[in-house]
Design a protein around this ligand. Structure first.
Ligand code: CAA
Length: 303
């Protein structure tokens, strides 16, 4: 376990307290032992997430992974704040809000003003361009190629965790065009202190993880659309034939069908290559509001 200092990162802020944000706060607090500030505009979301945090800590204590005092200390390191201005002294902020470029650009513009100039601004995005997000941090009065513009954007990086964050061992780091080597190394040290293995990808659509995973899921949905096999048999083929922990349709429900569609569209728009056309059936499922586990219905139904 880390000493609580991850390469100069002594305090963390998490923007967005949903499943991913909570998971990031959890590993940072329990494994890297960092104090974590969390902001989410929804009080209900924060309450649900804190209840999940308590359940995860209790399970770790019951399984002997944490001592009772360690779990208590980890919980005490988490602080909910009611505005992002409270992030002003942190060393690193990880944004984990919905996958919308305009939303992320707006948030990064204000984070760049509110946080210290040497703080790292990271996004947990699963497919949005880090270069585009970084460009939003440069004040309009400043040229993007001036020293001030370069220094502002150079502290933006992608730190992409996987769901469920406490379980999946990987973090994919994404280096935007402007990301400095120092920012990348500080992000690597942070992820390592959180107990994760690290890979590094360039800022291309889908990076490595989702450039491979989401077209695979899309193809599985096309198999279903064409009636090649039942959903159960498509999943069983991949689980038992290839040793995947979840079949692709179960995994799509787990990730969220809206997220899968958004990433597939990013791949299509970002490359212009028709091989990334989203499955029409996936589009219709999203139109119907059947988004997977989070709405109780996707390819399967959930309680
Ligand atoms: N949060 C925290 N912990 C969880 C969890 C959750 N949501 N779900 C399961 N776990 C934990 C369990 O508590 C259990 O921990 P212990 O070993 O300490 O008891 C462990 O995971 C295994 O859980 P289960 O025995 O209940 O279930 P399982 O063996 O079927 O594993 C799974 C569940 C880990 C989710 C496994 O099915 C799996 O690895 N699935 C694939 C997940 C995957 O591919 N994730 C990446 C999605 S893509 C993404 O996130 C990025 C993106 O950009 C779209």
């Amino acid at each position: 376990m880390s000493s609580g200092i991850a390469h100069g990162v002594k305090t963390l802020a998490v923007l967005g307290g949903g499943q991913m944000g909570l998971g990031i706060a959890y590993v940072a607090s329990t494994r890297a032992r960092l104090p974590v500030l969390i902001f989410d505009k929804s009080k209900e979301q924060i309450e649900r997430s804190l209840a999940l945090m308590d359940r995860l800590l209790s399970k770790d204590v019951a399984k002997g992974k944490l001592e009772g005092t360690e779990a208590k200390e980890a919980r005490e390191r988490i602080t909910i704040v009611d505005r992002t201005k409270a992030f002003r002294d942190v060393d690193l902020c990880v944004e984990a809000v919905a996958e919308s470029l305009p939303l992320k650009q707006t948030l990064f513009r204000s984070l760049a003003e509110e946080l210290r100039p040497d703080a790292i601004l990271a996004s947990n995005t699963s497919s949005i361009s880090i270069t585009k997000i970084a460009a939003a941090t440069i004040p309009q009065s400043v040229s993007s190629s001036s020293a001030e513009g370069l220094s502002s954007a150079s502290r933006v990086v992608g730190i992409h965790f996987f769901n469920p964050v406490p379980v999946m061992p990987l973090v994919e780091l994404i280096s935007g065009l402007q990301t400095s080597p120092e920012t990348l190394e500080r992000a690597r040290a942070f992820a390592t202190a959180c107990g994760k293995e690290v890979t590094v990808a360039k800022d291309m659509p889908g990076f490595v993880s989702n450039a491979l995973l989401i077209p695979f899921i899309n193809e599985a949905i096309m198999c279903l659309e064409k009636g090649i096999a039942t959903k159960e048999d498509i999943d069983k083929t991949l689980r038992l034939g290839m040793g995947h922990p979840m079949g692709p349709l179960t995994l799509a429900d787990f990730i969220g069908l809206d997220t899968c569609l958004a990433i597939q569209r990013t791949l299509l728009e970002g490359t212009g290559d028709s091989k990334y056309r989203p499955s029409i059936f996936l589009e219709r499922m999203v139109d119907a509001g059947w988004l997977g586990k989070k709405t109780g219905k996707g390819f399967y139904t959930y309680d």
